[in-house]
Design a protein around this ligand. Structure first.
Ligand SMILES: C[S@@+](CC[C@H](N)C(=O)[O-])C[C@H]1O[C@@H](n2cnc3c(N)ncnc32)[C@H](O)[C@@H]1O
Length: 223
């Protein structure tokens, strides 16, 4: 089995077995290969919008002799599948807008999808809010530090739960666990927000309000 980075290891640990998985934006397809090797009942579609990335994926899948178990597809988000082919979606290493866009504009493809596993380091409030609005709840969350960067991995499952602003911003499960890495992430974010607020001159009124709201939450967290 190929060795994954710490970040990809956590993402893989969030993916159940015996599943029909799409790894959107697979790039090298290392995660797809790992999941196919881990459980021979996993069916994996590894897709990417970029032809060069997909060619790397195809080469790696061939080298792993998994061509019959991993389907590589070129294209945008969920456009490359039909709804009966998938029950699990992974999107990792992309920005919040792209992730939410992929899911929101192909909702019909999610009919049979019970698990959505996301790893992103931008606007996690926006991701949690939008995916929970789509009829999923936050089932698990984990932080992982890989080469000095703290990554957030979230698993959504089909179902409903209500969350307040602070939970959507910082993560209901991460908040509950509140470990040292979470504290480190809060301190980093606090510094970033202070720097942004210091650099914004005129205008950006609603953005400033949002940043100040987040600042207050973080200040209480690291008190
Ligand atoms: C930073 S890489 C992350 C690769 C891998 N998922 C990981 O976490 O290591 C992002 C990949 O997503 C692909 N991508 C970006 N937007 C996409 C979209 N709308 N549909 C499919 N793939 C996309 C890019 O081409 C790139 O290969």
């Amino acid at each position: 089995m190929n060795k994954l980075s710490k970040r990809l290891e956590v993402i893989a640990s969030f993916v159940p077995d015996n599943k029909k998985i799409i790894d959107i934006g697979c790039d090298h397809a290392l995660l797809s290969i790992f999941l196919a090797e881990r459980c021979n009942k996993n069916k994996v579609i590894a897709s990417d919008i970029n032809a060069n990335a997909l060619n790397t994926a195809i080469k790696n899948v061939k080298e792993a002799k998994l061509e019959d178990r991993i389907d590589t597809r070129l294209g945008n988000g969920l456009e490359v599948v039909n709804k009966d082919e998938i029950d699990t979606v992974i999107i990792s290493g992309m920005g919040a807008n792209t992730i939410v866009g992929i899911l929101k504009y192909a909702k019909d493809k999610l009919t049979n999808v019970d698990d959505i596993i996301i790893q992103s380091n931008t606007d996690l409030y926006f991701i949690r809010k939008n995916i929970t609005i789509m009829g999923y709840y936050i089932d698990n969350e984990k932080l992982v530090k890989d080469k000095g960067i703290i990554y957030t991995v979230i698993r959504f499952k089909r179902g409903k739960k209500k969350y307040n602003y602070k939970e959507l911003y910082l993560g209901p499960i991460l908040l509950k666990n509140s470990d040292n890495l979470f504290r480190e992430k809060c301190i980093k974010e606090l510094k970033t927000i202070k720097m942004i607020l210091g650099n914004i001159k005129e205008g950006h009124f609603s953005y400033k309000i949002k940043l100040k709201k987040n600042l207050k939450i973080l200040e209480k967290m690291v008190d």
